[in-house]
Design a binder for this molecule. Structure first.
Ligand code: GAR
Length: 223
């Protein structure tokens, strides 16, 4: 981690809708003294989200914004944006936040809004990714952290992880293998963004870390 002593940590809000296991991985990573971001707030659009309880128990500032109480998407997003601005949030991490965001929200948080998706984008955007990966017969799947653009599951890619798909996999088996990888790349990708090592250049991310060019995942293994 490249956080320099004395460099202020970037204030991050995590948006969730459910279980919040990715949120948990971000919160736990951010406890490291040299992590370049701090989790300043957790917001859920579902008051009964399991992750919200966990965040509360950690002593984090939490907010339930029940989307059903808002007239429409625009009103909800407008209120969400002003809450984040009042809390002096610098980066927003979507972690299983299962709501489409309006164009004006995405524009207001341009290059400050990131998302994790359980596939190797641009393959399998949208829902039900693991069953669709199995149906397509792919031998490798994975997860992606990317900057958010208005179009769903589109935006400059920050980091990806690939996992093998086994012939015996159910959608649940594959989801569990991908989720374990999600928990590793989300903290890593957020650190790249918060430390300024992942910078958007056009529609791609320029990032500085070294990549091991010899690392190839063969699935099935070479014979
Ligand atoms: C994760 O697998 C995440 O990638 C996915 O929802 C799950 C949330 O789990 N997000 C999407 O599909 C967004 N398009 P979590 O609440 O345990 O982090």
């Amino acid at each position: 981690m490249t956080q320099l002593t004395g460099t202020p940590k970037r204030r991050v809000a995590i948006l969730i809708s459910g279980r919040g296991s990715n949120m948990k991985s971000l919160v736990e990573a951010a406890r490291a003294p040299n992590y370049p971001a701090e989790v300043a707030m957790v917001v859920s659009n579902r008051p009964d989200a399991l992750g919200l309880e966990w965040a509360k128990a950690q002593g984090l500032p939490t907010l339930a914004m029940d989307h059903t109480h808002y007239e429409d998407r625009a009103h909800f997003d407008c209120q969400l944006s002003s809450v984040l601005q009042s809390a002096k949030i610098e980066l927003v991490a979507l972690a299983g936040f299962m709501r489409l965001l309006t164009e004006s929200f995405v524009a207001a948080w341009h290059d400050k809004l990131i998302n994790i998706h359980p596939s190797l984008l641009p393959a399998f955007k949208g829902l039900n990714t693991h069953q669709r990966a199995l149906d397509a017969g792919v031998r490798v799947s994975g997860c992606t952290v990317h900057f958010v653009r208005t179009e769903m599951d589109v935006g400059p890619i920050i980091q990806q992880a690939a996992v093998p798909v086994l012939p015996s996999d159910s959608a649940e088996d594959l989801a569990a293998r991908v989720l374990a990888a999600e928990h590793k790349i989300y903290p890593s990708a957020l650190a790249l963004v918060a430390s300024g090592q992942a910078v958007v250049d056009g529609d791609q991310v320029r990032s500085t870390p070294q990549v091991n060019q010899q690392q190839t995942l063969f699935s099935p293994p070479l014979q």
